[in-house]
Write a protein that binds this ligand. Structure first.
Ligand SMILES: [Zn+2]
Ligand SMILES: [Zn+2]
Length: 279
């Protein structure tokens, strides 16, 4: 992804709070889904994200870059920071959190998958660092090395069911704050099978009390998610949503059209939007 210079971002800085009028009591003053250059496909400096968030009126900015991951094999991921970058990531951001504490609440976390076979070792690795929270972004099914990317089209209901079970098992560890883009799995099979699986997933998620993210990046890029059918079912199930900017550039934080689109989707389906967390 090409990073546009910040001067473009500055021109697009709006008061985020102004855009929410008419959307229940929702104000997007917190975003927990922010990447950094360390993952290799995001742009801008840490400070540019922070300064943009302050100008835009955010009260909370959570960094959740693609986590380094522990594998059973010598697999190398092309979309996350390396294990040896973790130290610098947490140190730098924790220093910035202190430096900016009077202007904005900065939280330092990661976006990670739940891979059952290696999760224990992964958590052991992460415990060495001041990681405040994790969001569950399940990009691959069960084991990254197998390459079953959730965003590819699948007609097999077995994979669909396995994907949502994978997410539920992850949520049940209690390690994750919320589920990022829970509608990433691109099912192209029978709609009836989709509805049945997703309904069952939503019932369980609701009882676990974990919010589901409406993803601004997918909306802005016109990806298959946010998937209207998923959010219709989520509304029927009474699920709680959270808006995630999924910023891969500082000016994504001020993407009013994208944020508005996500808020409209939530409002249209009668979803309660959770704005911030205490932890
Ligand atoms: Zn990314
Ligand atoms: Zn992300």
């Amino acid at each position: 992804m090409q990073y546009k210079p910040l001067e473009t971002a500055e021109k697009r800085v709006y008061n985020i709070r102004q855009i929410k009028e008419g959307y229940q009591k929702m104000e997007l003053t917190a975003n927990y889904h922010t990447h950094t250059y360390r993952c290799g496909h995001a742009g801008g400096t840490d400070r540019e994200y922070i300064e943009t968030a302050i100008q835009a009126g955010y009260k909370v900015l959570g960094f959740s870059d693609h986590s380094p991951m522990v594998y059973d094999t010598d697999h190398h991921s092309g979309y996350r920071m390396r294990l040896d970058q973790a130290e610098e990531y947490f140190t730098t951001l924790t220093d910035l959190k202190k430096e900016y504490r009077n202007e904005i609440e900065i939280r330092v976390g990661v976006e990670a998958e739940y891979y059952p076979a290696t999760h224990g070792r992964f958590m052991e690795f992460l415990r060495q660092y001041p990681c405040e929270y994790m969001i569950l972004g399940q990009h691959f099914l069960l084991r990254e090395e197998d390459g079953v990317y959730a965003g590819s089209p699948y007609a097999d209901s077995f994979l669909l069911e396995a994907y949502y079970k994978n997410i539920l098992d992850g949520v049940k560890t209690g390690d994750f704050l919320y589920v990022a883009h829970p509608d990433l799995f691109h099912f192209v099979g029978k709609p009836k099978l989709y509805d049945r699986t997703v309904r069952a997933f939503l019932e369980e998620i609701k009882s676990l009390g974990v919010p589901l993210e409406i993803n601004r990046l997918g909306y802005a890029d016109r990806r298959a998610y946010p998937a209207p059918r998923f959010w219709r079912l989520a509304g029927e199930a009474g699920a709680t949503a959270v808006i995630g900017v999924d910023a891969h550039r500082p000016d994504h934080l001020t993407d009013v059209d994208g944020i508005q689109g996500c808020l409209r989707l939530a409002a249209k389906n009668g979803l309660t939007v959770r704005e911030s967390f205490t932890f």
